[in-house]
Design a protein around this ligand. Structure first.
Ligand code: SF4
Length: 243
């Protein structure tokens, strides 16, 4: 990756120039990311407009940096498991449906929307008295203390989410089993075998289990001597075959 900075006072034409260069680079087939850095707090109205200008020009990633925050704008819908690669917090709260297997809380509009209840739903927030399923908790709207406890008790770590099929099923079925207490994370072959996944330019490449074990064991043997590799965790290695 090559970097270059456009700098100068306000209204000196930096944004317009960046847009023009992005367009030209894209036309030549390059992938481009743009970063807009300001020394003050981000003005979401103005700074996201500039970010959007770069996106419209073709920028694959547009980042806005203020003195207290950084906003990444990917002009595409990412899979939740891609987002998980970028975040590592105690809790990830998702608003809206992603299709990613995780415990879900269904919010009703009065009693409307109950048909959306599915096997991943662990609680319903709405003005209803009872449900057919006893496993689903009912929480009254505004009862945030109960909702908070439910989140604390029911939020779960993610499965890989890419439906590799090594367990003979898919991640959603596995998550439903975990929620019901019929399965554990050890039943996920990918997690328990600690298998290796290979991608070339973002596309998954099939890998046989015994090759996966060799790649994993060789790399684990080399990496374990590095500083900071003294505990168990998810390891991601990326490299470029182009040169
Ligand atoms: S083995 Fe794990 S990652 Fe693969 S489909 Fe089953 S639950 Fe999902």
């Amino acid at each position: 990756m090559k970097l270059i900075e456009f700098f100068g006072p306000s209204n000196s034409g930096k944004t317009l120039a960046m847009i023009e260069i992005v367009k030209r680079l894209k036309k030549q087939g390059y992938s481009v990311a743009t970063v807009k850095s300001t020394p003050h707090r981000l003005d979401y109205e103005k700074d996201s407009k500039d970010s959007m200008k770069y996106v419209k020009a073709g920028s694959n990633l547009s980042v806005a940096m203020g003195n207290e925050e950084t906003v990444f704008h990917f002009p595409r819908r990412m899979k939740l498991y891609e987002i998980l690669d970028h975040v590592n917090y105690d809790f990830l709260l998702v608003e809206g449906q992603t299709g990613f297997p995780m415990p879900k809380i269904l919010f009703l509009n009065k009693s409307e929307g109950i048909e959306r209840l599915d096997d991943l739903t662990i609680a319903v927030v709405g003005e209803i008295e009872k449900l057919e399923s006893k496993d689903v908790q009912i929480i009254h709207p505004g009862d945030y203390a109960t909702l908070y406890n439910t989140v604390l008790l029911s939020a779960l770590p993610p499965l890989p989410g890419d439906d590799c099929g090594h367990c003979g099923s898919d991640c959603t079925t596995m998550m439903i089993g975990i929620i019901k207490g019929e399965k554990t994370y050890k039943n996920c072959v990918k997690l328990s075998n600690k298998s290796v996944s290979v991608e070339l330019d973002g596309k998954k490449v099939p890998i046989l289990p015994f090759i996966s074990s060799i790649v994993r064991d060789v790399n684990a043997g080399i990496l374990k001597n590095l500083k900071g590799m003294d505990k168990q965790g998810h390891v991601k290695i990326e490299f470029d075959l182009r040169n």
